[in-house]
Write a protein that binds this ligand. Sequence first.
Ligand code: 6PG
Length: 252
Amino acid sequence: MRDGGDTGLPGVVRIASTLQEWAGETASWLARCAEESRVEHGYFGVALTGGSTPAPLYERIAAPPYRHSVGWLDWMVYFGDERAVPPDDPQSNYRLAYDHLLSRVPVPEERVHRMEAERPDRERAADEYASILADTLARGPGGAPRLHCMLLGLGENGHIASLFPGTPSLDVIDRWVVPSVADYEPRDRLTVTFPVINASEWVAMLVTGAAKGPALRGVVDGRVPAARVRPVDGTLMWFLDEAAATAMRAAG
Ligand code: 6PG
């Protein structure tokens, strides 16, 4: 994996030659992040992302050697967003994390905080999830709950979590979790807001594949929601594969 210093992306940029190298490097980084947090804070508060990108990372860190070396009992697992579907639905972000990671490692069930986006009253579900964040995490910049690590994928339109272009959720600063609407099915969502994302100690953008090139260019040009990911007192990491990096340059 090489530094991608000349991409114009804000923060630290790492570019893997292959998807296999990407999975290995992101798993190694996440394991180090978890250990540093365990030593410094006594636990590791991590928000998982949905979509398809993180699956190779989840599977790699759930396999040896990390399966046996990571302090899973000290993980506190959250979700950055969720679709309004049951947890066993193939489109559920919880289901993705369960199938590729949580079913394979011994994170205690009571330390996995699922977003209940399927509940009829999503406003109440949003407020209750915000309370879980507030009750289990320290406060970060601006008073928002401070995740040790926020994993985020990047949509082809430049969305992150379920913060979609042109939607009111982008501008919410007085709530930490809100109902939102996607521009593809399942449309109804719950998502953390930018105050939570930008209060994180580490934010890792996980971006692979040529299809994400225009969205990456949109970040550099400040045109998409992901351009607003700027940890106030934290570090922003970009983990790209060569396909995404090449497509970003071509989109420029
Ligand atoms: C979701 C995700 C979303 C995802 C991006 C990238 O609920 O869909 O949280 O933000 O990370 O859309 O999705 P892919 O990884 O599938 O490209």
